[in-house]
Design a protein around this ligand. Structure first.
Ligand SMILES: Nc1ncnc2c1ncn2[C@@H]1O[C@H](COP(=O)(O)OP(=O)(O)OP(=O)(O)O)[C@@H](O)[C@H]1O
Length: 682
């Protein structure tokens, strides 16, 4: 052990000692709080009869305050215990312009020596910690609320401390990030996504700490860390704006429940509370007031994969275009200008002129169309009251309301939506009968019309919206999100990983809906070995991709004489996996039906967990699923069965194949019988 290591080990022991003392102090205060709380409760119980309402309210408030402070102490203790396991992962020695050198140890939380008022560990999100990610040795600077601080980094170290023990320490070199990063990436997968605070890269750090963007769009290649970065960005914003934004003010729109569960640990690992999440279908049901039965996105994609239906594809393509959104907007203008056929209105002896009705209708142009009528009706009632110089009967009041509503062409959003297709001369593009299931492509268009015609008030509480898998949502969906969530947004995805190429959105399309967006493109790929990344490039080439220099086995393509032999081969591959050292194997099929078939075939060989649309979480081991559901997840090893020309032949199939192959971290195998799919090239 050299002198540096000796010194660092001693320092670690010292910090652990201080942390132990801090835990003890928190324990003492928690004990004190709970005994005070108990005494207060006992006092109230004994003196209840002599207390009036005001006394009771005051006593209740004081109990709430104590409980709140007590809960704060418990949370503090949780953080301290976490720090005892792994107090810090990095250190920089920073010398300011006036030659004061401070060692800055960086960890997941801050820890302050209260007596000496000195920071012992800095939170990775603190302004000073940004230099750890942004600079090597030499000149460096960071920004504080009162301006930039310039200086020099004289020393830089990285540590791996686990269960309170120093596992390794890496000194100064220019490539220190690379070495630790390589170690992290070579590890086995987990059933939950991990935090990456110790190895955040410079370009990733810039996205995480961006405070200016009101809409941030991250377009990144498969495995570029988009989801990780977005979650760390949330953690950063929660820290930076801790007085105004809490975990409950954030909303994550994730593609499905399994994915939501997969990412659910990252923020708690970073000491933040669980963040509310939802899926598009839940949001849609809410925004439609639960009035319609509708197809899910998953069902739409499954239908596309099972049958080739050109009319269905045409409907989806049209409704996923930017043109569709423009047409809807034009239609709304047409409705505004033409659908209110005002006529003279007679109430008793008073005649309300047509022009007055038209003027009133126009005067409320800021109010959603269908919400204007009660307002115009009130104005008309006032007009009649003044003209007739008397109060109106209830019958007359109602007549005014009803007459006005009748002057408008429709008063039901569905009627407008159907009329829209007549107006554009394409009635065949809307297939829906009362009581039927609405096609997924119609869901958000209908919601958009509803918002424009009736308005919305919900979701004002959300202060930051995170949308993952942005390529799966259409312009009209973004137009809805833009109106429903009047807050900052982080939107991320990869247009190459679409599961429905007929409705995919690129960063450019999203920019048209959010012209103010800051778009960041990430090309470095971290998940897979170079061999796997190169293999996936054969399916969907991207000349800009930069794979991280990490090698593994060449992906294998295994041909079988027939389907029965292929299933037998799968059983063998699963047995090999079980006797190997990896944690997770994903068998990723094209359709849910094929996934079920594989599950049945493997039942005798120890089986595997089938992930379906209804699943809410997954465990390590053998997972059988579809590319659609595996999106966003990763596995040590991936098998893609049925990679034949018959099975993978359309554009949708190609996307599925790309998504499936890019889920593999260390090993990838494709199996088939008949001819191999043409998507792998020569
Ligand atoms: N700076 C980093 N340090 C360590 N690991 C990283 C880093 N960046 C990304 N990774 C790892 O790379 C893998 C892919 O990250 P993530 O799932 O966030 O990428 P993604 O771009 O959302 O992927 P995809 O779009 O393919 O689902 C994860 O295992 C993540 O931990």
């Amino acid at each position: 052990m050299n002198a540096t290591e000796q010194e660092e080990r001693e320092y670690l022991e010292e910090i652990k000692e201080q942390l132990t003392l801090a835990v003890r102090r928190v324990d003492d205060s928690v004990r004190q709080f709970s005994s005070e709380l108990r005494e207060k409760k006992e006092y109230i119980h004994e003196h209840q009869s002599g207390m009036d309402d005001a006394d009771m309210v005051a006593a209740g408030q004081s109990i709430d305050r104590m409980a709140y402070t007590g809960a704060g102490a418990v949370a503090r203790k949780r953080k301290l215990i976490k720090l005892m396991q792994s107090p810090y992962f990095g250190r920089i020695d920073f010398t300011t312009a006036n030659d004061v050198t401070t060692p800055v140890y960086i960890g997941v939380h801050s820890f302050v020596d209260e007596r000496q008022r000195r920071g012992l560990i800095y939170d990775w999100r603190a302004p000073i910690s940004s230099m750890f990610y942004d600079f090597e040795l030499g000149e460096a600077s960071y920004t504080t609320p009162s301006g930039p601080i310039h200086g020099r980094i004289d020393l830089k170290r990285q540590y791996k401390i686990q269960d309170g023990r120093l596992e390794f320490l890496i000194e100064n070199g220019v490539n220190i990030h690379d070495e630790v990063l390589q170690r992290e990436l070579a590890k086995s997968s987990d059933d939950k996504m991990k935090n990456i605070v110790a190895t955040i890269q410079r370009d990733q750090n810039a996205v995480i700490r961006n405070e200016e963007a009101t809409v941030m769009v991250i377009q990144g290649v498969a495995g570029s860390g988009k989801t990780s970065i977005a979650l760390h960005r949330i953690a950063f914003l929660l820290y930076r704006y801790r007085d105004t934004i809490g975990a409950k003010d954030i909303l994550i729109i994730s593609p499905n429940k399994v994915f939501a569960d997969y990412i659910s640990n990252v923020l708690p690992e970073l000491g933040e509370e669980h963040i509310p999440e939802t899926v598009m279908e839940e949001l849609a049901a809410d925004l439609l007031g639960n009035q319609f039965q509708f197809q899910t996105f998953f069902e739409q994609v499954a239908a596309l994969l099972e049958h080739h239906n050109p009319a269905f594809i045409e409907r989806i393509q049209f409704k996923s275009s930017f043109e569709f959104l423009s047409q809807l907007n034009k239609y709304l203008l047409h409705v505004e200008n033409n659908y209110f056929s005002a006529g003279e209105l007679r109430v008793g002896r008073t005649v309300v002129p047509r022009q007055l009705l038209l003027d009133k209708f126009k005067a409320y142009h800021r109010v959603p169309l269908l919400k204007r009528f009660p307002l115009v009706a009130d104005d008309v009632r006032a007009y009649v009251r003044t003209a007739a110089n008397r109060k109106l009967t209830n019958g007359e009041k109602n007549t005014i309301g009803e007459a006005l509503t009748r002057m408008f062409r429709f008063n039901n959003v569905l009627d407008f939506y159907r009329d829209f297709y007549r107006w554009i001369g394409r009635p065949e593009l809307f297939r829906f009968e009362h009581g039927q299931t609405l096609e997924y492509a119609d869901v958000f268009a209908l919601i958009y019309l509803r918002i424009r015609l009736e308005g919305i008030s919900a979701y004002d509480h959300v202060k930051h919206l995170l949308v993952d898998e942005m390529q799966d949502y259409t312009p009209v969906q973004y137009a809805v999100l833009s109106r429903v969530f009047n807050c900052r947004k982080t939107i991320l995805g990869d247009v190459n990983q679409t599961v429905n190429p007929y409705s995919a959105s690129s960063a450019e399309v999203i920019e048209r809906v959010f012209p103010q967006a800051d778009v960041v493109r990430l090309y470095r790929s971290y998940r897979s070995t170079i061999e796997i990344t190169a293999f996936a490039q054969r399916i969907t080439p991207n000349p800009n991709i930069i794979p991280l220099e990490r090698h593994g086995r060449e992906p294998a393509i295994v041909r079988h004489p027939g389907p029965a032999e292929e299933l037998e081969g799968l059983r063998q591959l699963v047995a090999d996996f079980r006797s190997g050292g990896s944690n997770s194997l994903g068998i990723i099929c094209k359709t849910p039906r094929q996934a079920e078939q594989v599950q049945q075939a493997l039942a005798e060989a120890g089986g595997g967990q089938l992930l379906t649309e209804e699943s809410t979480h997954f465990k390590e081991g053998v997972i059988i699923t579809t590319a659609h559901l595996a999106k966003g997840l990763e596995f040590d090893e991936v098998i893609v069965p049925f990679a034949s020309a018959r099975n993978y032949k359309t554009e949708v199939d190609k996307s599925m194949l790309y998504v499936a192959c890019t889920r593999a971290m260390h090993q990838l195998t494709l199996t088939y019988s008949g001819d191999i799919t043409a998507f792998l090239g020569a």
